[in-house]
Write a protein that binds this ligand. Structure first.
Ligand code: HEM
Length: 550
């Protein structure tokens, strides 16, 4: 047996001169070369057999992006990672904002149960990623309860970035063109006048706003109004409410442990399956029944203009009509669900802000009196001459954003940003609340101060960032109803302030009013839902003039 001893004298000379260029050449310089060659060949073959699959696997896993670290965030524990760090319960946007402060970074990362979460805490980061890199940041994470079990997964709001989503966005864009906001002014004005008739008599303002907003969006999406719409409003509102419950993060274990979706409804503890079935039936009833009413009216040539009538009239009769109708149905119910609840939240916050800040209300009243004169209601043509009202709308959107964490976006491929790896499949959350409470952009952000949006001449100051930008979402997912919602909110707020003095109701001593920043939202005293709504409260709408406006 021939053994090489590298440290023996005879070997030293071989090592010293000339230096062999490889192990193979070294072996060639040794005695018993034949045996060595064979041993080498066998070793090399064995090594290749065992190492090749590993090398191939490593090669397939290796990507240059893996050289970058993840963004900072709470320490990841073995197996559970950040399971106990992911905020739950009330005000999770504040908890994320605190985490960003703790880790001194406007981008943080958490992971648990196979989910990777990236939180963006600044306007710049949100714009860099969700807007400027929209091609990879515009998908949606899967939602098992809401999307699969309740069936909302076909709706554009929850759809990944695929052809069905694109087809719905196309209809939304054509039927509700942002380039032609005037198209909806008459509907917005008429809905506002309906609201003015209701407010002095309501003893549950949030409930009245719910019904009113649902009626408005029913008109926009299906062209049904008044008595025609009435039978469908409770169903529509119930469907939207169930959507809010089903989409509440953490409300159903099946969202964290997807395998649970296979448990049958009769199984003890599978209550979520029974709820999902009921809510899915509700969604389907609503999708079909209201669509069919409008379809009949279109066929008879008596339909009021709406998203559905427009899309039905635009159908390509050379293509499959049934599948085109299905697409219109889904798009209409999507638009209804997107617009039925959101304005309620903003107007509820506006009313609370007026109750808490009587000096703001007084300033608004005086601008309206000066510009409109007694007995006149505003129209959307008055926007330019009522800057303080515009400032009140902006401050309402800023002070209490409806969706403080926007809607989650999903990243569809690995990305590198600010020296960090953002992994494919990450759920990306934009902390809209932080963006709108940033001291640099909005000094004393915890004060409700519409004047922050005005320049020294009392005009809207273009240098102060418009909160509508983050409030209505980002990139390719930006809210397709933004222009309609903004005009509706403006005319509703201007008209309410023209017509009424908003005064506290009997429960003014409730801490909702005494401590304005605390517990005014359902989401601040309970689990976070997708939307942030004020809790029910009492107030009175006292007519400001003896003259009749309507
Ligand atoms: C105050 C009123 C409203 C607010 C604050 C609001 C806000 C939002 C936000 C934050 C998103 C998610 C954007 C993102 O993922 O980045 C969104 C999406 C959406 N909104 Fe609105 N919205 C409002 C009114 C409306 C109205 C009136 C409609 C219908 C006419 C509507 C229809 C939709 C739809 C269909 C989506 C899904 C878009 C998609 O995922 O591609 N919204 N909205």
């Amino acid at each position: 047996m021939c053994i090489i001893h590298p440290h023996s004298q005879s070997q030293e000379s071989n090592w010293a001169s000339p230096a062999p260029s490889s192990l193979y050449s070294l072996l060639e310089t040794q005695p018993c070369q034949g045996v060595h060659k064979m041993a080498y060949a066998l070793t090399a073959a064995a090594a290749t057999i065992f190492a090749l699959p590993i090398l191939l696997l490593l090669h397939s896993l290796w990507k240059p992006s893996r050289l970058y670290p993840l963004p900072p965030g709470p320490k990841k524990l073995p197996i559970v990672e950040n399971m106990f760090d992911i905020p739950t319960g009330a005000c999770i946007w504040l908890k994320y904002a605190e985490m960003c402060q703790k880790y001194k970074s406007d981008i943080i990362h958490l992971s648990a149960l196979g989910n990777s979460i990236v939180v963006l805490n600044s306007a710049k980061m949100v714009s860099d990623l969700l807007d400027n890199r929209g091609s990879i940041y515009s998908s949606r994470p899967p939602a098992i309860m809401l999307g699969e079990l309740m069936g909302w997964g076909t709706s554009a709001v929850f759809r990944p970035n695929d052809d069905l989503w694109k087809a719905q966005r196309k209809i939304l864009n054509q039927a509700l063109p942002p380039t032609d906001p005037q198209k909806f002014h008459q509907k917005e004005l008429s809905a506002t006048h309906d609201l003015l008739r209701v407010l002095p008599y309501t003893d549950n303002v949030m409930q009245s706003l719910q019904t009113w907003a649902a009626a408005f969006i029913m008109d926009i999406t299906y062209g049904l109004k008044g008595e025609e719409a009435e039978p469908y409003l409770p169903m529509g509102m119930a469907a939207v409410k169930s959507m809010g419950i089903g989409g509440t993060p953490g409300a159903f274990y099946v969202d964290q442990i997807p395998i649970l979706k296979h448990i049958p409804g009769w199984f003890p503890g599978a209550d979520f399956q029974r709820k999902a079935r009921g809510w899915s039936d509700l969604r389907m009833n609503m999708t079909e029944s209201i669509f069919n009413v409008t379809k009949e009216k279109v066929a008879m040539g008596i339909a009021a203009p709406s998203l559905t009538s427009f899309a039905l009239e635009e159908m390509d009769h050379k293509q499959d009509l049934a599948s085109q109708e299905d697409l219109i149905k889904i798009t209409a119910v999507t638009a209804f669900s997107g617009g039925a609840d959101t304005p309620v939240s903003v107007l509820g916050e506006f009313i609370l802000a007026m109750l808490r800040n009587p000096e703001v209300q007084a300033k608004a009243h005086s601008e309206l009196e000066r510009v409109l004169g007694p007995g006149n209601l505003p129209s959307l043509n008055d926007v330019g001459s009522l800057p303080y009202i515009t400032a009140v709308v902006r401050e309402t959107l800023r002070y209490s954003p409806v969706t403080p964490l926007a809607f989650p976006h999903e990243l569809i491929e690995d990305d590198i940003y600010a020296g960090y790896l953002l992994p494919k499949g990450s759920i990306v959350l934009a902390n809209v609340w932080s963006i709108l409470h940033n001291e640099d952009d909005y000094p004393e952000p915890h004060l409700f101060n519409p004047s922050r949006f005005l320049d020294s001449n009392g005009q809207i100051d273009p240098a102060i960032k418009d909160p509508a930008t983050p409030v209505f979402g980002f990139g390719r997912r930006v809210c397709p109803g933004k222009h309609i919602a903004l005009d509706l909110l403006w005319i509703a707020i201007a008209s309410i302030l023209t017509s009424f003095s908003i005064e506290p109701g009997s429960d003014y001593e409730d801490e909702t009013f005494v401590k304005p920043n605390l517990k005014s939202k359902s989401s601040e005293s309970g689990p976070t839902t997708m939307l942030s709504h004020p809790r029910p409260f009492k107030c009175r709408f006292i007519p400001r003039s003896k003259e009749k406006y309507l």
